[in-house]
Design a binder for this molecule. Structure first.
Ligand code: GLA
Ligand code: GLA
Length: 686
C-alpha cells in the first residue's frame, strides 16, 4: 500500500466566490459546456454566481472534443471556458477527460474494449468501454492526461485534478486476454509459486491443480461454480488493477503539477462493491464521493451510512461530495423527484458527516442523451423553478456554514465494522444461502443505532478500535488469526463486541475454519455452531423475546456456563436453543446474534446491548429516532447537525447550542426544524 499522502485540500484561487482565502465550503457541479452553444455559457456563469457556486468539475466527458483525432487537439473552447469561469470567481476541479474513449480510438484499437465473463465484447456506444489493464488504452489515456495537465498547469482557475470518473462504474470486471495476463502477474506477486496458489485455492478439489501460472484464467463462464478463491482473488485483483490505473494517471499529473492536489470520485453507495475504497483512500490527496438516494424505508439511513463510511475512509478529515442529485435520477426503475426540503437536507447530511464540498451531477440538465431526464442545478424548466430556487438557497446556507469548514468528524461511541473482503466473500455462490446481503445487515445495525439516538461510526476494518465502547461486526465473514486476536484484545481491554451470523467462518483464503464455527471466535463468544440453518425466502423464526428472525439461524451449543442467553428460538427445528448470546470477557463482553432481525428487531437488541455496555444516547429521549445527530468539531467548537428524519416539524427547544445560520432560528435558541429540515448548532467543545 502506498504511504498515506499529504492530505492536501483544494488550492483555492484568490478570487474565488465565497470570499477570501479563509474557510469556506465548496459548492458546485459537473459542468459540461460542450453540450451547449456558446451563448449559454454566459448565462451559466451568471446563474452560478447567483447560486453561490464557487467550483465546477470540468471536462469529465470531453475526450472526443479535446482530441478529435489521434494527432488533433482542440483546446480553444476549453481555454475560453477556463478563463470565463476564472473571471467569475469559479474554481475548476479539472478532469483528465479519460473516462469515455472517443469513437476514433475504439475504431483504431478495438482491443481496448472490455470482455464479459461469457466472452462477449462490451461495445462502444455508452461510456467507460475500456479495459483497466489495456496497455494500448493506457498509452492513449495518459497522453491525454499529460497534454491537459501541461496546458492548464499554470491556469489560475485550476484548484484540483479529477482523475477519470467513477473508476470501475461500468468496467470493474473485465475477462479479456489483457486481464488474464495482468491477473497472472498479480497472482505471481501474491503467491510466488504456483504450488502456493494451489494451496490457497484448494485446487485438490475438482481436479483443478495447476502446474504453471500460464494455465490460470480469470473466472470466465464455466460449467459450474468457479473456484471460490479464484473468484475472490479476481475481485481483489480487479480492484487493484483500477487502483494501479489511478496511480498511473496520478504519476503523470504529479510530474506536470506537483502542487495541485488530486482526487477521483468514489462510489460509496448502495450495492456498488467492486472497488475496495478503504484500500484506495491513501492514493488521493482528499477523498471524494458520489451518492444517489434510492427510495425506500431506509433511503435516508443509507445516505447517512454512506456519508459516514466515506468520512471514516477519509480518516475523519473533510472530504468532497463530488456528485449527488438535486432531484430525480434517470437510472432507477422509477425515478422520483425529491420532496420539498430534501435537496438541502440531503446535502447537509453529507456535510454533517464531514463533507466540505457539496456538488451535484450536473450544472445544467442535458437536452439530449441518456441523462436528459436526470435532474440538475438548472433544470429543463430553467432558473424560474423550485429546483433552482432551492439550489440558490442552499448556496446561501453553505456560505453561512463556512465557519465549520475544516472541522473533523467527532468520533462516536459505537463502531460498525465494514470490510470489502467479507462483503465479497460472504455473497459468493455455492453458499448456505444466496439471500444473504452483507451491506444490508450493516445498514440495519446503523438504522437501529439511529433509532436509539446513538451515534455510530461505520469504519473500515483496520481502524483502531480501542476508543469505541461497542464494536458491531455484521457478517464479518473472513477472519484470519490476526484479526481474531485483535478482536479478543479489544474485549479484554474493556470493549463490547457484537458479532452476527456467518462471521469468522473462513480465513483469508476462503477456507472454512474447522472444529465448529465461528472458528477463531468460538472461545471468545463461548459457543459452538455445528450447522447453519438458513431460512427459506418466506420463512420466519420466532424468538422468545417477541422478535422474529428471517434469512438465517444457527444450530448453537453454548459451551461456556458464563454465557447469558439473551433470547432463544421459540419455534422451528432449533426451538429452545440459544439465538442471541452475550459472554463477559475480561473487562468487556462478546455478544452473538444468529439471525436476521432487520432494522426494527435490532432496535430492541441494540437497546439491551447498549445499556449493558454503558452507552447512552446523546439526544434527549424525545428526539431519538425522529432526529439524526452528527457532530463535527474543531479546537473551539462542536457543530451539532440535527436532521429531521420525519415529515413533521420538530421542536429542538431543549437541545442547547446556537444555530450558525440565523435563518434556522429567527427567534434565537435552537429553534424548530421544519419537515425534512436540517440545522447546525454551535456549542463549545466538550
Ligand atoms: C454518475 C456519473 C455521472 C452521471 C451520474 C448520474 O455518478 O459519474 O456522470 O452519470 O452518475 O446519476
Ligand atoms: C453431484 C456430483 C457431486 C457433487 C454433488 C453435490 O451429485 O456428482 O460431485 O457435486 O452433485 O450435490
Amino acid at each position: 500500500m502506498a504511504a498515506a499522502r499529504s492530505h492536501r485540500w483544494l488550492r483555492w484561487p484568490e478570487n474565488t466566490a465565497g470570499r477570501g482565502s479563509g474557510r469556506k465550503l465548496a459548492y458546485g457541479a459537473d459542468y459540461n459546456p460542450e453540450q451547449w452553444p456558446r451563448e449559454v455559457w454566459d448565462e451559466d456563469v451568471r446563474l452560478m454566481r447567483e447560486a453561490g457556486v464557487n467550483i465546477v468539475s470540468l471536462g469529465v466527458f470531453s475526450w472526443a472534443r479535446i482530441q478529435p483525432g489521434p494527432d488533433e487537439w482542440d483546446f480553444a473552447w476549453l481555454d475560453e471556458v477556463m478563463d470565463l469561469l476564472h473571471a467569475n470567481g469559479i474554481a475548476v476541479d479539472l478532469a483528465t477527460a479519460t473516462a469515455s474513449p472517443p469513437p476514433w480510438l475504439t475504431t483504431l484499437h478495438p482491443e481496448i474494449l472490455p470482455v464479459t465473463a461469457a466472452g462477449e465484447t462490451v461495445w462502444p456506444g455508452a461510456r467507460q468501454h475500456w479495459r483497466p489493464t489495456s496497455p494500448v488504452f493506457r498509452t492513449h489515456a495518459l497522453r491525454l492526461a499529460e497534454t491537459v495537465a501541461r496546458r492548464y498547469a499554470d491556469h489560475p482557475a485550476l484548484t484540483a485534478w479529477h482523475i477519470s470518473n467513477e473508476l470501475g462504474c461500468h468496467n470493474v470486471y473485465d475477462y479479456s486476454g489483457d486481464a488474464a495476463a495482468a491477473f497472472r502477474i498479480w497472482l505471481r506477486e501474491r503467491y510466488g509459486t504456483v504450488e502456493r496458489l494451489n494451496t490457497a485455492w484448494g485446487t485438490a478439489f475438482w481436479s483443478q491443480h495447476y502446474t504453471g501460472f500460464d494455465q490460470v484464467l480469470p473466472p470466465r463462464l464455466a460449467a459450474s461454480h468457479p473456484n471460490p478463491t479464484q473468484q475472490l482473488d479476481f475481485k481483489r485483483f480487479s480492484s487493484d488493477a483500477l487502483k494501479e490505473y489511478l496511480r498511473a494517471e496520478r504519476a503523470v499529473l504529479e510530474s506536470a503539477t506537483p502542487d495541485v492536489p488530486i482526487t477521483t470520485n468514489f462510489m460509496v453507495m448502495g450495492e456498488t462493491r467492486g472497488m475496495n475504497y478503504a484500500d484506495w483512500a491513501a492514493e488521493v490527496d482528499f477523498v471524494s464521493n458520489d451518492h444517489y438516494v434510492r427510495p425506500g424505508a431506509q433511503a435516508l439511513d443509507e445516505l447517512s451510512f454512506s456519508a459516514n463510511l466515506t468520512g471514516n475512509i477519509a480518516g475523519g478529515r473533510p472530504w468532497f461530495l463530488m456528485e449527488h442529485s438535486t432531484s430525480a435520477v434517470n437510472w432507477q426503475p422509477v425515478n422520483r423527484a425529491k420532496a420539498p426540503g430534501e435537496l438541502a437536507r440531503d446535502s447537509l447530511l453529507h456535510v454533517a458527516h464531514g463533507a466540505d464540498a457539496v456538488c451535484f451531477f450536473q450544472w445544467r440538465q442535458s437536452a439530449a442523451g441518456a441523462e436528459k431526464y436526470h435532474s440538475a442545478m438548472v433544470p429543463h424548466a430553467g432558473p424560474e423553478s423550485a429546483v433552482f430556487r432551492a439550489v440558490a438557497d442552499l448556496g446561501r446556507r453553505l456560505e453561512e456554514l463556512a465557519p465549520l469548514a475544516g472541522s473533523h468528524r467527532k468520533p462516536a461511541p459505537v463502531a460498525i465494522l465494514f470490510d470489502w473482503e467479507s462483503w465479497w466473500a460472504s455473497e459468493q455462490d455455492s453458499h448456505p444461502s444466496s439471500l444473504l446481503r452483507y451491506r444490508q445487515e450493516a445498514l440495519d445495525w446503523y438504522s437501529a443505532m439511529l433509532a436509539r439516538g446513538v451515534r455510530a461510526d461505520v469504519v473500515p476494518l483496520g481502524t483502531p478500535l480501542e476508543h469505541y465502547r461497542m464494536v458491531v461486526a455484521p457478517i464479518l465473514h473472513m477472519v484470519g488469526e490476526d484479526r481474531a486476536k485483535e478482536l479478543v484484545r479489544y474485549t479484554e481491554s474493556g470493549g463490547h463486541l457484537v458479532a452476527t451470523y456467518f462471521s469468522a467462518v473462513v480465513d483469508e483464503n476462503d477456507h472454512a475454519w474447522l472444529g465448529g464455527y465461528p472458528g477463531p471466535l468460538r472461545d471468545l463468544l463461548g459457543l459452538r455452531i455445528e450447522e447453519f440453518v438458513p431460512l427459506l425466502p418466506d420463512e420466519e423464526v420466532r424468538l422468545d423475546d417477541g422478535s422474529a428472525g428471517t434469512l438465517w439461524s444457527d444450530d448453537i451449543t453454548v459451551t461456556d456456563p458464563q454465557v447469558e442467553v439473551l433470547a432463544s428460538y421459540a419455534d422451528g427445528p432449533r426451538a429452545g436453543q440459544a439465538a442471541i448470546t452475550r459472554r463477559s470477557a475480561g473487562a468487556g463482553s462478546a455478544a452473538y446474534v444468529s439471525t436476521r432481525l432487520g432494522a426494527q428487531g435490532l432496535t430492541g437488541v441494540a437497546a439491551r446491548l447498549l445499556a449493558k455496555a454503558g452507552v447512552a444516547g446523546e439526544l434527549p429521549p424525545r428526539l431519538r429516532g425522529s432526529v439524526e445527530l452528527a457532530v463535527r468539531a474543531d479546537a473551539a467548537s462542536e457543530y451539532w447537525f440535527v436532521v429531521n428524519r420525519t415529515a413533521e416539524p420538530v421542536d429542538l427547544a431543549d437541545l442547547g447550542g446556537e444555530p450558525i445560520d440565523p435563518a434556522d432560528a429567527p427567534e434565537g435558541g435552537a429553534g424548530v426544524l421544519p419537515p425534512r429540515g436540517a440545522a447546525v448548532l454551535r456549542r463549545p467543545t466538550a
